[in-house]
Design a protein around this ligand. Sequence first.
Ligand code: COS
Length: 387
Amino acid sequence: MALDSESFDILLPTVQRFIRERLVPAENHLEEHDEVPADIVKEMKTMGLFGLSIPEEFGGIGLSMSQEVQVAYEIGKTALAFRSVFGTNVGIGSQGILMDGTPEQKRDILPRVASGELIMSFALTEPDSGSDAASLKTRAELDGDHYVLNGTKRFITNAPRAGAFTLMARTGGPGAGGVSSFIVPADLPGLRLGKPDKKMGQRGTKTCDVILENVRVPAANIIGGVPGRGFKTAMKVLDRGRLHISAVACGMAHRIMAESVAYARDRKQFGKAIGEFQLIQAMLADSQAELLAGWSLVQEVAKRFDAKPAHVSDPDVSMRVSCVKLFCTEMVGRVADRGVQIHGGSGYINEYPVERFYRDVRLLRLYEGTTQIQQLIIGRELLRQAA
Ligand code: COS
């Protein structure tokens, strides 16, 4: 799947212009009001941003992974909360259905996901199950032609906006094989939201608990119709999401670099622009080299991702995705840290974008699998390949 190159050559500059002219000027509003303005959300829908990764047959734009990472790079150039509005529809919220759903589930859900009419959110994490995702406790007991769900999901991005969840619950015994993925409409009786999480950064991104008390979900809502496959669906979805996040990390590093270079040209000390000092140049140079390295990795692994069917997992590609996620999210952390350092005291003041970006990017090393989980995936796969 890919968008024809002529159409893509129109889409990319359109997204670039939207970010430059609409999103960047709205960053202060976002920070102050903790909300993405409704007119911006409307424009995102018109542009098709909710359906970037959904095939054209279901009303989306149908980007390949190689194309999607280029768009994600652009989206990374502004406050990350803007992406969060449509990010779960493009990635973790919808991809499980696209990869493993039945034809009916795809036909029923994906067109509304692509248009942005339906916000889908991904509910895997729980209070006692974060990195150890296979230990999740939310129960799904079969009762006639329904499952009855009980449990709590934690830190669920977009839960307050969601019309439905891709939600993992235990239909069988312990471990990964007992987990199923469900499509859970948000308006089912017994489903409620916790209070909004107060986060370090990414103001405008909405996360909270999702609490399920005897929520009756039709058995037909198990993704793919077969119980016990939900963990693998979640892992495949995360593989893809991790690549997307890595591209966003590179875009954000790009923006922080632009802010830092501009500041270094403008700010004068000891009678000249601080950018003329070699110690400032050294920080810029390290950041630029690391950004280019990360971005090259993203593009290389995206090509490998496109070379296989999206719903088929390849442990070697998964391992490479983890390398990219590890490198790019750690990289943008270092770039943000140097960005603040270049700005000096001003970098600690909320009026400067780098102060916010420094807090925003901290999350990238945590969600969709911490750096340490990426290390485990890489280490395990290297040993497996050697055996
Ligand atoms: N694609 C497809 N299948 C996968 C997979 C992948 N990327 N990774 C693992 N699987 C399969 C395995 O092949 C295994 O299948 P079999 O039982 O048929 O052999 C099954 O899933 C269980 O895998 P594994 O034994 O590796 O599970 P572990 O419990 O050891 O956990 C980790 C694996 C740690 C990698 C996983 O729990 C993880 O990614 N944790 C982080 C969760 C996360 O990212 N959370 C963020 C929340 S969303 S913002």
